[in-house]
Design a protein around this ligand. Sequence first.
Ligand code: 0L1
Ligand code: MG
Length: 259
Amino acid sequence: MASEIIKQITEYLVSAEVEKREVVKVTANIKPDLTVEEAYEAQELLVQTKLDQGHRIVGPKMGLTSKAKWDQMGVSEPIYGYVFDYMLVDNGGVVPFQIHPKVEAEIAFLIGEDIEGPGITGAQVLAKTEYVLPALEIIDSRYENFNFTHTDVIADNASTSRVVFGNTLKKPSELDLDLVGATLAINGQIKDLGAGAAVLGHPANAIAVLANMLARKGQKIKKGDLILSGALTGAVLLNVGDFVSGKFDGLGEVTFTMG
Ligand code: 0L1
Ligand code: MG
């Protein structure tokens, strides 16, 4: 049973999302000493709130998966959140503008068998992955100016807002995912680029870390989960009307317009 303060944090963040309103970070406004455990408790309550509203989980997502982000945030572990069905936008579609969206190019994993930690490796993840596919993740922190601490962003469902999956599905054995390059272009101009190795050396490593983090809570990755493994590129700020294109080596193109 969640404590009153956890309920207050969850309500604060859910209403900010629904009302498309940025708010002061939880650690400045509600609980300065918010721990990682409490932040995931608030996230779990946020997830349960959405499930109670009738939304469906598409899969978990990994965030803060690069060494550069760890140094920036003063942490040594990625974070995770959850993607829901209402967050999905068709490839080529219009993404509704929320607060201050940013886009990242990612590789998604469609999981073919349950993956239960601890001790899971990237190789084990690849063996249990049905397909990999390209994705553009739109993150949209509910916090003013993306100003948050590690625990704030965990409570805020890792800034998750919208996701556009591409249409090219490949078996993981068909690609060297660490070598897959991606470019991110806005209105025809390349704004950033990267490769799979930016994600903990190999995107499958991020999924392995997820399995091991979930195991601490007695949870696992489930068959059928469609999981974002983390950003190959930096996060690029978007404006209304922007046309966004992510091109992935061997995995095709993903596009959307910012509505
Ligand atoms: O998906 C991500 O890597 C984002 C994690 C949260 C950090 C941010 O909002 O920049
Ligand atoms: Mg991301």
